[in-house]
Every structure is written in structure tokens, then in C-alpha cells.
Design a protein around this ligand. Structure first.
Ligand code: CDP
Ligand code: CDP
Length: 219
């Protein structure tokens, strides 16, 4: 049987990372891990309980329930919808820049990748979490297209946020993520750069799957 590999997908907000990672994982029979959801869950707790939670992160348990479409559980509570709220989105980059938060979540993520067969998406997967991943992709798309994609999602959720607000939010979050001191958003030297601006989801999926199959064949 082919050996399993790890696949790291990084890039800015709304480049298409989670949509593609989920599909690639499904096609390969791998596990998908959404590291952004983990940072969002810690941020939700921070908003609810205050900054003291940073000193007791070992009590924070984040798990994924795969049966019902990747639900996110925070200490057993289903927070899948709440972690996508406006208040979490506008605070998540700040909370993600704390050293204690990063080291706690990075070590949790590294454990999840130990047995291989994982597709993990985030900002620092190829550089910090899984530097030995056999396939690394850095996904990009123009800010305009990314804001339009997010707008469609927000509309589907019933939100009234407009394109201008969303564009500003995405640009601000990218800036914070790229400029933080610890494991900033940056392309790993050995990552494949993929601009999805003019690509459909199926095209991106096929592109990544082809490289993945080649890498799996080499193992
Ligand atoms: O899906 P979206 O692009 O909106 O973001 P996300 O993947 O849910 O990530 C939310 C935020 O978590 C990012 O803007 C980063 O501030 C942080 N994050 C991080 O610092 N490191 C990661 N590996 C993943 C997310
Ligand atoms: O995870 P990330 O924030 O990078 O992006 P995403 O949540 O996977 O994608 C944001 C939205 O763009 C989703 O609604 C996708 O369906 C859509 N998308 C797209 O229209 N075309 C692509 N090539 C990739 C994603």
C-alpha cells in the first residue's frame, strides 16, 4: 500500500484553503484539520472569559466531530457557528499573535500530524507546524476576489456586511497575520505557489490532487 503523506495548505483569508483541503482530504481518505477553527475557538473563549484564559490553556480542549460535517467542539460544546461570528473574526488575529496561544495550538496540531495522512490548512503549517510535510501549497487570490467569495458566504448566512467592509476586514487580518512576530503568514521556501483568482474549485482540487498523487507514488 502507498505510504501516507502530510499536506500543508497555507495562505491569506478566503484564498480557498479550507474548501480545497476538505475535498482533497476526502478524495485521498485523509483527515482534514482546520487550524483556523482552533484559533477561532480560543478567541471565542477569550471574548467570553477574558485574558486570564491565556494562563490556563491546558484546560482548553478543542476537538473535531467529523460525522456531522466537521463540527468544532470547545470543551465539549459545539461552537461551529459561533466561531465564524463577526466578533470572533475581528479579534482572532490579535489572540493568534500571543506566544502562549501559538505554542499550545502548534503542539496540538503537530500531534495530529504524527501518523501522516493529514491535510492541514492555516497560516504557518508549512513553515512551523509541519515543516517536513511532503507537499506544501501556498494559496493566493486577489483581495477583490477573496472579498467577493467571502461576501457570497456572508450573504448565505444572512449577514448584511458589505463588500467594502469585508475587503477592509480581510486586508487588516492579512496584515496582522503577515507582520506578527511569531510564525507569521509567509510562503515556505519549498511550497508550491498557487494563485486561485481565476480558478474554479474543481480546477484547484485537481491541480493539488495530481501533485499529491505523484508525491504519494514517490514514498
Ligand atoms: O477562514 P479564514 O481565512 O477566515 O480564517 P481562518 O483560517 O479561520 O483563520 C482565522 C485566523 O486565525 C487567521 O486570520 C489567523 O489570525 C489565525 N490563524 C493563525 O494564526 N495560524 C493558523 N495556522 C491558522 C489561523
Ligand atoms: O479557507 P479559506 O479562508 O482560504 O477560504 P475558503 O473558506 O475555503 O473559501 C472561501 C470561499 O471561496 C468559499 O465559499 C469557496 O466556495 C469559495 N471558493 C471559490 O469560489 N473558488 C475557489 N477556487 C476557491 C474557493
Amino acid at each position: 500500500m502507498d505510504k501516507k503523506i502530510n499536506i500543508a495548505i497555507d495562505g491569506p483569508a478566503a484564498a480557498g484553503k479550507s474548501t480545497i483541503s476538505k475535498r482533497v482530504a476526502e478524495r485521498l481518505g485523509y483527515i482534514y484539520i482546520d487550524t483556523g477553527a482552533m484559533y477561532r475557538a480560543v478567541t471565542l473563549l477569550y471574548i467570553e472569559k477574558g485574558k486570564d484564559i491565556i494562563d490556563s490553556l491546558e484546560d482548553v480542549e478543542i476537538t473535531f466531530k467529523r460525522e456531522d460535517g466537521n463540527r468544532v467542539l470547545l470543551n465539549g460544546r459545539d461552537v461551529t457557528e459561533e466561531i465564524r461570528s463577526e466578533s470572533v473574526t475581528s479579534k482572532v488575529s490579535e489572540v493568534s499573535s500571543f506566544e502562549a496561544v501559538r505554542s499550545y495550538l502548534v503542539s496540538m496540531q503537530q500531534k495530529l500530524g504524527l501518523d501522516k495522512g493529514v491535510v492541514m490548512d492555516g497560516r504557518d503549517i508549512g513553515t512551523t507546524v509541519l515543516p517536513d510535510a511532503e507537499l506544501k501549497v501556498f494559496m493566493q487570490a486577489s483581495p477583490k476576489v477573496r472579498a467577493e467569495r467571502r461576501l457570497a458566504e456572508e450573504r448565505a448566512r444572512g449577514s448584511s456586511i458589505d463588500l467594502e467592509q469585508l475587503t477592509a476586514q480581510i486586508i487588516k487580518r492579512d496584515e496582522l497575520d503577515m507582520n506578527r512576530e511569531i510564525s507569521p503568514l509567509v510562503k515556505a521556501e519549498d511550497a508550491v505557489l498557487l494563485d486561485t483568482t481565476d480558478m474554479t474549485i474543481a480546477e484547484v482540487e485537481d491541480f493539488i490532487l495530481e501533485i499529491a498523487q505523484n508525491k504519494i507514488g514517490e514514498e
